[in-house]
Design a protein around this ligand. Structure first.
Ligand SMILES: [Zn+2]
Ligand SMILES: [Zn+2]
Length: 375
């Protein structure tokens, strides 16, 4: 039911405040990797399309602002021409050894055929909601319930805003148009010239009607917010920022057309145990100086229960122990990321007299460290 669309910043792997150069560099690197002329993997073309679309939006300040403000809904109306007209792909790719034909029937025309605006009554607007899921759900996939609210036409007044049995009253000043037209005549040498000035009707403030008895359900607005619950299927290993598109669950059409789509943007919940980097998980473990020097065993949590990890003797600060395949599943592939344990070593600040003596004893010995630094 749902198709995935990933956040444009995620697609290019850049920060939300990345500058134009960073965006261009990221695009060039990815385009090199996924250009269908070079990459024959079955999903290369889809990836390339995703990358090019993200670049088209983020490289244009106006479109980027629309996207930042309204998400996918903010840029949903662009056709392929709108998207790519401002970009000189020839220039971008000139030194990469493959051509980009932007003329009819070229690569981009083929890739973006489906991006054209449909004809017929305008679709309702798209709606975007955020869904935060625990890492366990990223791990297993499965159903999640999205709660969101959207405006619908008030069922009691059928959108008029007037109480049942009454009608909105037309403004007599503007005859329901909501506008006031003032005509000026000015005498000139060649005759008279007339000007028309159109302003908002000052009596009804542009509404055209008055509601004497507002509908109690919607307070005269004609729309109410309706809470909705929707079950969505989270794919195994869903990537950060993935947008699941649920057709027909967006805003109602104002012209009796189809309702817009609902985009569910999936984010993973911050987790005190792990930090997520793609399919890899990271965790810090602090050990003492003797443990780092002599080695030790650690009990470490994983998504599949805790495991025992051997810290080898002579471990260094910031050294990383990799637990292969103990990370998250990779979306769309039969593999898993790793769980990386970064070692932190606690250097004691307050020593007992006995500890101090032991460290002093160690200090007088010809240690490996001393040889390295002083000899
Ligand atoms: Zn109502
Ligand atoms: Zn009026």
């Amino acid at each position: 039911m749902a198709s995935e669309q990933r956040d444009y910043y995620e697609v290019l792997g850049v920060a939300r405040d990345a500058d134009a150069k960073a965006i261009k560099d990221a695009f060039r690197d990815l385009a090199m990797k996924y250009h269908p002329d070079r990459n024959k993997a079955p999903d290369a073309e889809a990836r390339f399309k995703e990358i090019a679309e993200a670049y088209a939006i983020l490289s244009d300040p106006k479109k980027r602002a629309d996207y930042d403000a309204g998400g996918f809904a903010g840029v949903a109306g662009f056709s392929a021409e709108d998207l790519f007209s401002g970009i000189d792909f020839g220039d971008l790719f000139a030194d990469m050894g493959f051509g980009v034909d932007l003329g009819g029937g070229g690569l981009f025309a083929n890739l973006f055929r489906q991006h054209r605006r449909p004809t017929g009554p305008a679709k309702g607007g798209d709606l975007e909601v955020r869904l935060v899921i625990p890492l366990e759900k990223v791990n297993t996939g499965g159903e999640e319930t999205v709660r969101f609210s959207r405006p619908i036409s008030c069922p009691d007044c059928h959108g008029s805003g007037a109480q049942e049995g009454t009608q909105p009253r037309q403004c007599e000043v503007c005859q329901g148009t909501g506008r006031k037209v003032v005509t000026h005549q000015e005498k000139k040498e060649q005759g008279s010239v007339s000007f028309q000035q159109i302003t908002v009707c000052p009596v009804c403030h542009g509404q055209g009607t008055f509601i004497d008895h507002p509908c109690k359900t919607c307070n005269g607005v004609g729309q109410i917010e309706q809470e909705d619950n929707l079950k969505v299927t989270i794919p195994v290993g869903v990537e950060e920022g993935t947008a699941l598109r649920i057709p027909g669950h967006g805003l109602p059409s104002l012209e009796a057309g189809q309702a817009g789509d609902l985009y569910v943007i999936v984010r993973s919940q911050s987790d005190p145990r792990f930090e997520r980097h793609g399919a890899d998980l990271w965790r810090a473990e602090t050990i003492g100086v003797p443990e780092a020097v002599l080695g030790c065993k650690l009990k470490v949590p994983t998504l599949g229960g805790s495991v025992e990890v051997k810290v080898p003797p002579g471990s260094q600060p910031d050294e990383v122990l990799r637990l292969k395949n103990k990370g998250l599943p990779v979306f769309g592939a039969d593999m898993r990321g790793d769980l990386n344990i970064r070692l932190q070593i606690h250097i004691p600040k307050h020593l007992s007299a006995e500890e101090k003596q032991l460290y002093q004893q160690l200090g007088t010995m010809k240690t490996e460290t001393k040889k390295h630094w002083w000899n």
